[in-house]
Design a protein around this ligand. Structure first.
Ligand SMILES: [Zn+2]
Length: 98
């Protein structure tokens, strides 16, 4: 099902759910291939997902930060999103990387 819905390797962000229509419980991103990362996490505890493609890894990072700050009270992964090594990207919401 995932393979049919998510086709090309592209950066993006995803949310995983334990209950359909429930609160998102896991927020992830991949800078190369969001489908590949999604497939690795999808499983017994996280059975439902949503994802969003982004044009660039930077856009994916910013999107992940925004979602993180909106949703963090629900998430199992409570750490702030990490920027890739070697970048000076900043969170658009908070001062985590100042
Ligand atoms: Zn932040």
């Amino acid at each position: 099902m995932v393979k049919q819905m998510v086709r090309q390797p592209q950066p993006g962000v995803f949310l995983l759910y334990t209950v359909q229509g429930g609160q998102p419980r896991f927020l992830g991103r991949d800078d190369q291939d969001v489908r590949d990362k999604l497939l690795k996490w999808l499983g017994r505890s996280y059975r439902y997902f949503q994802f969003d493609y982004c044009q660039t890894p930077h856009e994916a990072f910013q999107k992940q930060c925004e979602l993180y700050h909106q949703l963090k009270q629900h998430l199992d992964n409570t750490r702030h999103p990490e920027r890739p090594d070697g970048t000076e990207w900043r969170c658009p919401v908070c001062n985590f990387y100042e």
